[in-house]
Design a binder for this molecule. Structure first.
Ligand code: ACM
Ligand code: ZN
Length: 515
């Protein structure tokens, strides 16, 4: 029997025999920690709960000796299926593995448990390599409907990922309802058109089609609950001080100049950013973050911090006065002052700040976690300085890059990141001393949607690179082998076909070092 579990488990022994699941079987659990796992399994099956262990062929057992978060044991033999874990995610991941041991048809959304389903005899002990296993989604460059965001969360769950980084604000659109500032959704959530072709193309042409959308707080609560049921934490990102033109279009008083702004129609990095000199900016942003914190239970709040040009700050009297008053050396220290103020606010609310690696410039906020994207240098510096780090270098984690030769692929932002290269990634940099490894929390695939107008295109860019990323973040290095991964991937692609996922086949032709 062909076995295809992705991400590959830590330890798996198999026997040439099968146990047959029938829909009449009963399951049993005592620990409340198993409820999410049982519910997920029963979204496909409808196993009734037995009165006790002896009446059940599928047993979820609490094992207090298990210390790792997410660890589980899964044993299938002639007596049935036994799962043990010591936390919700452990049980949940065991169910993900169990589903992948079943015939692929269980992944068909129309699947109804009516027949008998063979699963191989196995003995699995499994746990994640990293505590942070994430995927990011930019819903600002192109708005993605709630239904797709939920699907995306299911995709993460299937890959035993536990962090969904939801990029909610940008120059081209603001996507989260903030009750105190209604213009953020009335004005900032929509743009009057979108650049046609690549942002660098000349002359520039725009489609003049209004584009936008936003999530109400009620929808966001619903999505958070959906993610929680799948053991996934949603980390919201509210960009500051840069990538803020859409917000400034509605509230220009928080910019350096009096200029009127419109929600951007082109992609790029824009000079107009929040003014660091005006106190009102901080009131505005902390009001917004207050509502964000009330909505999102996540310990981490991402505040962006990337690509903030200092052009306006250099000539803004308010910013310059702030530099003087706070005895700052330059505009980089002003950015650091900005981030540190926001961090202080987050800490006062018992939250922790994550920022892109630019937050190192001018001095890192005391407790910040760094998301290293411009390579790994920022992450290494932060880890050496005893800061937590999430690795997302463009070189291995940017799923907006091409997967094969440009000429064979739909228009993308640039870059080259074939499946094999994602697979080869090790988030622990070889140059980082061993005692600092603990600061590397994990890694994440980033999905910027400038050139992805639809959910189908997002799927094309994400699949199957998400499979590679799931092994990067979950599987021990010694268990990884690209050729063997590709054989398991074949079965995974059959599942995707049934699920209606628009996955890419580029990996069949892409070269590791292509262009
Ligand atoms: C980024 O890609 N600007 C974080
Ligand atoms: Zn200013």
């Amino acid at each position: 029997m062909k076995i295809s579990v992705i991400p590959k488990p830590v330890m798996m022994e198999t026997e040439n025999n099968v146990f047959t699941i029938t829909k009449e079987m009963k399951l049993n659990y005592i620990s409340e920690d198993a409820v999410k796992a049982v519910n997920y399994l029963n979204s496909k099956f409808h196993f009734v709960r037995a009165k006790d262990k002896s009446g059940a062929k599928i047993n979820f057992l609490a094992d207090k000796k298990i210390e790792r978060e997410g660890e589980y044991n899964l044993q299938i033999g002639s007596d049935g299926i036994e799962i043990s874990a010591n936390d919700e995610s452990g049980f949940f991941y065991a169910v993900q593995t169990l589903l992948q041991l079943m015939p692929v048809e269980v992944f068909d959304p129309k699947f109804k448990a009516e027949k008998k389903y063979d699963v191989p005899f196995v003995k699995i002990n499994d746990y994640p390599r990293f505590e942070y296993r994430g995927m990011h989604l930019d819903v600002c460059r192109h708005f993605m409907p709630v239904e797709f965001v939920k699907k995306y969360i299911d995709y993460l769950a299937m890959h035993k990922m536990n962090k969904f980084h939801w990029h909610l604000t940008e120059d081209q659109g603001w996507r989260i309802e903030i009750k105190k500032y209604p213009k953020l959704t009335q004005i900032s959530a929509f743009r009057d058109g979108t650049v046609i072709g690549h942002s660098r193309d000349e002359p520039k042409k725009y489609d003049n089609i209004k584009h936008g959308g936003f999530y109400t707080q009620e929808q966001i609560k619903d999505v958070i609950k959906y993610a929680e049921e799948r053991c996934i934490t949603i980390i919201p990102e509210i960009e500051l001080p840069g990538h803020s033109v859409a917000a400034l279009a509605a509230y220009p008083q928080f910019a350096c100049t009096d200029g009127s702004f419109e929600v951007e129609k082109n992609w790029g990095v824009f000079d107009d950013v929040y003014c660091a000199g005006k106190e009102g900016t901080f009131t505005f942003l902390t009001d917004i973050l207050t509502e964000v914190i009330e909505l999102f239970p996540s310990k981490y709040i991402h505040i962006g911090g990337d690509e903030c040009p200092k052009t306006q700050w250099k000539v803004c009297p308010d910013c310059q006065a702030k530099i003087k008053k706070e005895k700052l050396k330059d505009e980089h220290e002003l950015q650091s002052y900005f981030i540190k103020r926001i961090e202080k606010f987050l800490i006062s609310k018992n939250r922790q700040l994550i920022g892109w690696d630019e937050i190192l410039e001018g001095g890192l906020a005391p407790e910040a976690t760094v998301m290293s994207w411009r390579g790994t240098k920022g992450g290494i510096a932060a880890a050496n300085d005893n800061h937590n780090v999430i690795m997302t270098p463009t070189s291995h984690c940017y799923f907006d890059y091409y997967q094969d030769e440009k000429s064979k692929e739909p228009l993308a932002i640039g870059g080259y990141l074939p499946l094999e290269k994602v697979y080869s990634y090790d988030p622990l940099p070889s140059e980082l001393p061993k005692e600092k490894h603990k600061y590397i929390l994990g890694a994440q695939g980033n999905v910027w949607t400038e050139y992805m107008k639809t959910p189908e295109h997002v799927e094309y860019m994400v699949f199957p690179r998400i499979d590679a990323m799931s092994e990067v973040t979950w599987t021990p290095v010694k268990n990884k082998n690209y050729e063997e991964f590709k054989t398991r991937l074949e079965t995974q692609l059959e599942r995707y076909k049934l699920m209606g996922i628009n996955y890419s086949k580029s990996h069949y032709t892409a070269k590791l070092k292509g262009k």
